[in-house]
Design a protein around this ligand. Structure first.
Ligand SMILES: C[S@@+](CC[C@H](N)C(=O)[O-])C[C@H]1O[C@@H](n2cnc3c(N)ncnc32)[C@H](O)[C@@H]1O
Length: 380
């Protein structure tokens, strides 16, 4: 822990302790996460069957389009793939996603399974994975139609109906561990930071899945929590969901534009929370610089990012615009997918103003889709 002097409202200096990412990591390692880790282990014991189910949905959709293996093998050639899509009257904007689906089909070594039967078995084996299996089956059973329709409104409707996405981000095997680690991290940062009020900015807050685990932690008289997203829809839903928390403010914020010009001045925040959003932006270097500028010296970025997606994520989310947003900026370094590996995130963070980064989830879940990073900007 480092001690620093902060000027209080009465003009007296007082001590404020700011915990380092490394010290947070040490603290998290002292806690048992056996329940959350146990859920993950159970899912991983069925990973092969989950991948088989997804492979079968994809193979069935291509079969309905009368696309044989020989065609799919040529789909990595984008011009060929585009020509085939045009012949089959599939929307050209879906080319990147369909190339990814072709890879999934080619990598599934086994013959397609009976999808109904396999989904029923998985539901029986993994009752705690119900939300994820609902996402997979909803998209899988409608895959051909989703490949054929223009735009993203169909997939958005499929994913968001009955608050499915809210349930997923709030309480599911995929997020339980990461939400719990993030909550304990934020609790510790608040406890160790005596400089108040704390100005917290959540970017891409979306359904507010993580937010819902954090708001109870704050002292309402000493906190300003900015719930932001690019989409006005999420802000309306957030206002309803978090109406009881008077210290939460709602605003649109586009990470691809300077935060300073959108009501968040440079150096104004102590903590930025970014739950699976940064990869959705077209230029990661710009986005991270934007975030580091909005933080006060010594301020924290708590970031959850997808580093090792399972195949079902590609099938279910690969037709959303955010998956391919990076393609619109040739100066961004990503080539094939919007994701970075853990080490690449750490390098990019170091190059964009963050001088301490720890992957908080590595000791408990080094191998389950997401990673939770805590970074800190330099002290100026
Ligand atoms: C994959 S979702 C993450 C979900 C979210 N954290 C939750 O708990 O529901 C990505 C979120 O980032 C938002 N987003 C996408 N591009 C953005 C941008 N340029 N600036 C800010 N938010 C953005 C989306 O609207 C969406 O809510």
């Amino acid at each position: 822990m480092e001690a620093k002097l902060a000027l209080s409202r009465t003009g007296h200096y007082r001590m404020s302790y700011n915990i380092t990412p490394h010290a947070v990591d040490v603290h998290l390692k002292s806690i048992s996460w056996a329940t959350e880790r146990g859920q993950i282990d159970q899912v991983q014991s069925q990973q092969h069957n989950i991948d088989r189910l997804v492979g079968s949905y994809v193979a069935n959709a291509f079969e309905s389009l009368q696309l044989q293996r020989a065609h799919l093998e040529r789909f990595s050639d984008t011009d060929y793939c585009r020509a085939k899509l045009s012949e089959l009257k599939l929307p050209p904007a879906k080319v990147w996603w369909i190339q990814l689906l072709a890879k999934i089909a080619l990598n599934s070594a086994e013959a397609p399974a009976n999808t109904r039967q396999l989904a029923t078995c998985l539901r029986a084996e993994l009752p705690s994975y119900e939300t994820e299996l609902t996402i997979i089956t909803r998209v899988g059973e409608n895959l051909l139609r989703l490949m054929q329709c223009e735009g993203t409104s169909e997939i958005v409707h499929t994913l968001f109906a009955d608050d499915l996405m809210t349930r997923w981000y709030t309480s599911s095997v995929t997020y339980n561990l990461f939400n719990a680690l993030a909550r304990e991290t934020v609790r510790l940062i608040c406890e160790q930071t005596s400089a108040k009020p704390m100005n917290i900015l959540e970017v891409g807050a979306g359904t507010g899945g993580l937010t819902s685990h954090l708001l109870e932690l704050f002292d309402p008289s000493a906190t300003r929590y900015h719930f932001t997203d690019i989409g006005a829809f999420f802000l309306r839903a957030g206002r309803r969901r978090f109406a009881n928390y008077g210290f939460v403010e709602f605003a649109t914020l586009d990470l691809e534009r300077d935060c300073n010009e959108q009501g968040f001045p440079n150096g104004s925040c102590s903590l930025v929370i970014a739950n699976n959003v940064l990869h959705d932006t077209k230029n990661l270097r710009f986005t991270l610089q934007n975030v580091s500028r909005v933080l006060a010296p010594g301020g924290y970025l708590l970031m959850l990012e997808l580093t090792d997606p399972q195949v079902w994520w590609h099938m279910c989310f690969g037709s959303l615009d955010g998956w391919w947003r990076f393609k619109s900026d040739p100066s961004d370094d990503r080539e094939e997918l919007m994701l970075l590996k853990s080490e690449q995130w750490s390098e990019l963070l170091a190059a964009t103003g963050f001088d301490q980064t720890t992957v908080l989830s590595d000791s408990v879940a080094p191998d389950f889709a997401n990673r939770l990073f805590l970074s800190r900007v330099g002290r100026g």
